[in-house]
Design a protein around this ligand. Structure first.
Ligand code: CIR
Length: 252
C-alpha cells in the first residue's frame, strides 16, 4: 500500500517563510481543518497516512515535501535553502529510514524537495532561490549511478519548480507557462487555465490526481484529458506558499 507521510500544522505557521507572497493572517484552526481534509483525501486515494506530530518551533514543518526526495530505491534527505527549516529533517529521516536506504545532501549545498520532479527515470531540479547548483550536483552524483538522468531547470518567477509544473504521470507535465520557460522533451505538456496561476501543482496517487479547489478550470482541463481528479481546499495553507504536493511525502 502507498504510504503518505504528513505532519500536523505547526502552531507557529503564522511565522512561515514567505518569498513571493505578502504576509496575511493565517487562521490556525482553518489551516488545521484543511490539513485534516487533505489527509482524508490521501486516505480516499488509497494511502496509508502517517501523521507526525506538529513542531512548535518550525513554522513551515507541515510542508514535509521539502525535507526529502523519495524514489523507489532510496530516499534523499535534503538541506533546505531556508535555514529556519533545517531542524525539520531529523524526524523525516526517522520516518523514512524503515522504508528506504537514506542518502543526504550536505552543506553548504542546499536543495528543497519542492524543486525536484521525478518523471519516471528523468529528474528535473529547479534552480530556485532555495536550491543551489551544488545541491543539484550532489543529487546527480547520487542518482545517475542508479540510472536516473538529472537536469537543472531555471526557476525565477515562483518559489519552487513544483510551483510552476508537476509530473502527473502518463508522460504528462502539468505546466503554468507564465512561470517557467523550460521544455520537457518527450513529455506532453498540459497547460493550466491562465486564470489559475497556482493550478500547476497536482499530486498523482495511483490512477487519480489530487488538485487544489482554487483551480477548477484546470481540473476541468485535466478531466477532459482523461484524468480522474479529486479537489481539496488548501486556501489557508496557500497563504504560507504551500500547495498540494508540499504537505506529503509519498512512499509508493
Ligand atoms: C517555505 O517558504 O518554505 C514555505 N512557506 C512554503 C513551502 C512550500 N513547499 C513546497 O512548495 N514544496
Amino acid at each position: 500500500m502507498t504510504l503518505a507521510i504528513t505532519r500536523e500544522v505547526s502552531p507557529a505557521i503564522a511565522r512561515c517563510e514567505l518569498t513571493h507572497l505578502p504576509r496575511v493572517p493565517i487562521d490556525l484552526g482553518r489551516a488545521r481543518a484543511q490539513h485534516q481534509t487533505y489527509v482524508a483525501c490521501l486516505r480516499d486515494l488509497g494511502c496509508e497516512v502517517m501523521t507526525l506530530p506538529a513542531m512548535a518551533d518550525f513554522p513551515d514543518s507541515v510542508f514535509v515535501e521539502d525535507a526529502a526526495i523519495v524514489l523507489d530505491e532510496l530516499a534523499i534527505i535534503t538541506r533546505p535553502g531556508a535555514a529556519s527549516r533545517r531542524g525539520e529533517l531529523e524526524t523525516i529521516e526517522a520516518a523514512l529510514s524503515p522504508h528506504r536506504e537514506v542518502e543526504r545532501i550536505v552543506g553548504p549545498a542546499t536543495l528543497d524537495g519542492g524543486d525536484v520532479i521525478v518523471a519516471d527515470r528523468r529528474v528535473f531540479v529547479g534552480m530556485s532561490s532555495r536550491s543551489t547548483r551544488e545541491g543539484a550536483a550532489q543529487l546527480r552524483s547520487i542518482l545517475e549511478p542508479r540510472g536516473y538522468a538529472v537536469r537543472e531547470v531555471p526557476v525565477a518567477r515562483c518559489l519552487h519548480l513544483k510551483s510552476a509544473c508537476t509530473f502527473i504521470g502518463d508522460a504528462t507535465m502539468l505546466v503554468n507557462p507564465r512561470r517557467i520557460e523550460a521544455r520537457f522533451e518527450g513529455l506532453r505538456c498540459l497547460e493550466v487555465d491562465p486564470e489559475e496561476p497556482d493550478g500547476a501543482n497536482a499530486l498523482r496517487i495511483g490512477d487519480r490526481l489530487l488538485s487544489a479547489a482554487a483551480a477548477p478550470r484546470t481540473r476541468d482541463r485535466l478531466q477532459a484529458h482523461g484524468f480522474e481528479v479529486m479537489s481539496v481546499d488548501i486556501s489557508e495553507l496557500a497563504k504560507a506558499e504551500g500547495a498540494i504536493t508540499c504537505s506529503s511525502l509519498i512512499v509508493a
